[in-house]
Design a protein around this ligand. Structure first.
Ligand code: GLC
Length: 715
């Protein structure tokens, strides 16, 4: 009999329910913390999993209690939200998505996993795969952006990076893909609100990243807090048991979100904790995070005959199997025993800087304002985000201390050691005091350029951080207007560096500043990455993985829209649009400038007659007509103009990253498996439908900037 089956046969009900419970330590807070410290329960073997414990010594202490003092000595699984770094922080996921580079995503997560595993962590609640098309939702920052193709590739790359080739390795983390499903479509962008979508949108947009995570071998999946069309995901047997497990073949562990099982009562579908526990168990949820519903509710549900012991055993089996795959039984102290070498820590900072530089987006660069002249003598660095290390972290900073993350001011001082660099905050990130704006403007006197560092605080996005406005908080706009006015009067360029966890609708800024960078939250090397681009040491190559709205009222706004029967036409009143605003975004999906200037020509595809088994090769001639080397991101979109259901006007199908020296040319090849051109028919069954498909290539999801060709699909 296997180790797992032997254990199950020996376990009491309390010990079984302990393995189905995850309790929070209080080293970091990610939800309401209850008094129960897990210490005593671990020694009693009635808590089997712990989150939010930080530090190798603490992990070893609890693990020793479990392994040496509890009756069966089952090791504890230690988990934490490590979404973009453990102590060394990389760009937040939304920023990383803008690299459009699966190998870079995998490399980043591999480095992150090594740091966390070295301190005893064995599971992370990542990757977060919620496609988001409403930037009012705070968790947009944690995810892959608006596009399911990007989200699916991030899922695959991040799961591979976190889990390595073998989960039992000392530096491998179990990945928990979250939050299944469609959490990013909350009503009104309002956190935790109900989600009500068509089945088509769920299956075409929100589920594909999780299918990719399952195919990549994700060890676990976390259902969303939210209800989907009235069924809370934590109790959604149709999508969990019959969807993820039966239809997608997921065999791993389902771990609830924080207190989500207990919250089935607030959803109004469970009358008490026992019924809540029974609903979640019926749906296939294995681990109860922080609601105690399983430990306290399932014994009652058993007595009521509402659940069966076999269901509990099936959940215990999946949890113990995961612990076995992690190597916890073979060596409970394999993670957290060997400190990392200094060289590994240093290499991680170098990688963090490279990722941050490549995630940074240059939204505008009028009159070639950037890069700044290397001989600049006097710079003014203004704004509340110019020199605050803690804000560079973004939300979900795991074990990263507030200090130690390079600020813009620090990065610029290192990049321009000869320059006199003045700094003034001007205003706080939030709050109504504008009394220091005058001093800040006076400090700009004599500056050859002004770097304006503004935007959101790190905690204005992430969980429980939806915003009803998409502008600069506090009195920052007043500061920006004063800087822009001073700059205009003195013919001084203004470079705005925008920090945010979502695209902000700030046309008044992007149309008046000389250059604008979207820095999102770039992590521990933020200031060096920004200075690398401002100084010209690196050419910006980041692209936006979300469409930038020009106005709040345009939301939801995303590129993959269906055409409507009256497609948007500015010359026709009776066409899709607004009376008081354009339908066009401030910046399209995929937008981002480089220090090169790329020309696309001669797009062609082979074969032109395509069957489902074919792989189409699309080629385009790319030339860097600029004066500086740069890396271009080449997008391949498909458009199915005539089909049995209305199809989006553009759908991303492939991406290529191409670095070219000034004046250089290259033939860029993008592969497209014809199977990827299937879509869900009217019956929601995937179909490969004969007909013509436009294949369009270019720098972003703006049709006027794409060049295309046509292939014909045949049965
Ligand atoms: C939080 C989040 C989830 C996180 C979990 C554990 O509420 O919704 O993303 O992984 O609780 O911290």
């Amino acid at each position: 009999m296997s180790r797992v089956e032997t254990l199950i046969a020996q376990m009491t009900l309390a010990e079984k329910l302990g393995q189905l419970t995850m309790a929070a330590a209080s080293h970091t807070v990610t939800g309401p913390v209850v008094a129960d410290e897990p210490l005593a329960a671990i020694e009693a073997g009635t808590i089997g999993n712990v989150l939010n414990l930080i530090g190798a010594d603490h992990v070893r202490e609890l693990q020793r209690l479990a392994v040496q003092r509890s009756r069966l000595g089952i090791p504890v699984l230690f988990a934490l939200d490590i979404t973009h770094g453990y102590r060394t922080l990389f760009p937040v996921s939304l920023a990383a998505a803008g690299m459009f580079d699966p190998p870079a995503w995998e490399h980043m997560m591999r480095a992150i996993a090594q740091e966390a595993a070295a301190e005893g962590i064995a599971m992370t609640f990542a990757p977060m795969l919620d496609v988001a098309r409403d930037p009012r939702w705070g968790r947009t920052v944690e995810g892959p952006g608006e596009d399911p193709w990007v989200a699916a590739r991030m899922a695959q790359a991040m799961v591979r990076g976190l889990q390595s080739a073998n989960l039992a390795e000392a530096n491998a983390l179990a990945a928990v893909a979250k939050h299944y499903c469609a959490y990013g479509a909350v009503t009104g962008g309002r956190e935790y609100a109900s989600v009500d979508l068509s089945e088509r949108t769920v299956l075409e947009v929100h589920e594909p990243p999780f299918a990719a995570a399952v195919a990549a071998g994700a060890a676990a999946i976390m259902p969303a807090f939210t209800d989907l069309a009235g069924i809370p995901m934590t109790a959604n047997a149709r999508l969990l048991e019959r969807g993820l497990r039966a239809r997608l073949g997921f065999t791993g562990v389902l771990v609830s979100d924080y207190n989500a099982i207990g919250e089935l009562m607030a959803h109004g579908i469970a009358g008490d904790l026992a019924e809540a526990a029974a609903l979640a168990l019926d749906a296939g949820v294995d681990i109860d995070m922080m609601s105690n519903a399983y430990r306290r509710g399932l014994p009652v549900a058993l007595e009521r005959g509402r659940v069966r012991t076999a269901q509990i055993d099936a959940a215990v089996r999946r949890v113990l199997t995961l612990k076995e795959r992690l190597g916890l039984f073979d060596d409970p102290f394999r993670r957290g025993t060997t400190p990392e070498a200094d060289s590994a820590i240093a290499a991680r900072r170098v990688l963090a800087r490279s990722c941050a530089t490549r995630a940074l987006i240059m939204l505008t660069n009028e009159h070639a304002t950037l890069p700044l002249c290397e001989r600049v003598r006097r710079l003014a660095v203004i704004g509340p985000l110019a020199d605050v290390s803690a804000e560079m972290r973004g939300p979900w900073w795991a074990a990263a201390a507030p200090e130690g993350h390079v600020t813009v001011l620090e990065g610029l001082r290192a990049a321009f050691p000869e320059a006199q660099i003045l700094h003034a905050e001007g205003v706080a990130i939030e709050g109504g005091d504008s009394s220091a704006i005058g001093a800040a403007i006076r400090g700009c006197a004599g500056a050859e350029a002004i770097v304006l560092c503004i935007g959101e605080a790190a905690t204005m996005s992430g969980e429980a951080a939806s915003r009803a406005q998409l502008d600069l908080p506090g009195r920052q706009r007043e500061l920006a207007e004063a800087v822009l006015e001073h700059a205009r009067a003195h013919a001084v360029p203004v470079v705005a560096v925008l920090f945010s966890g979502r695209p902000l609708a700030v046309p008044w800024l992007t149309e008046r500043a000389d250059a604008v960078l979207a820095a999102w939250f770039l992590g521990s090397e933020a200031g060096n990455a920004i200075a690398d681009v401002l100084s010209g040491k690196a050419s910006p190559s980041g692209r936006t993985p979300v469409t930038w709205p020009r106005a709040l009222g345009q939301i939801p706004i995303f590129y993959a829209q269906r055409p409507s029967g009256r497609p948007s036409d500015a010359s026709n009143r009776y066409s899709s649009g607004y009376r008081d605003e354009t339908s066009a975004p401030l910046f399209p999906f995929g937008h981002g400038l480089t220090y090169g200037r790329f020309r696309y020509a001669s797009v062609r595809a082979a074969p032109l007659e395509v069957s489902e088994r074919d792989t189409i090769e699309v080629r385009v001639e790319l030339t860097n007509e600029g004066t500086r080397a740069a890396e271009e991101t080449v997008f391949l979109f498909a458009h199915d103009k005539l089909a049995s259901v209305a199809r989006p006007q553009l759908e991303l199908k492939a991406v290529a990253k191409v670095a070219l020296a000034a004046g250089a040319s290259a033939t860029v090849s993008l592969g497209l498996p014809a199977r990827d051109l299937r879509f869900l028919g009217a019956d929601l069954i995937p179909r490969f439908e004969p007909g013509e498909i436009e294949l369009l290539v270019g720098p972003c999801a703006e049709r006027a900037r794409l060049i295309g060709c046509v292939v014909s699909l045949r049965a």
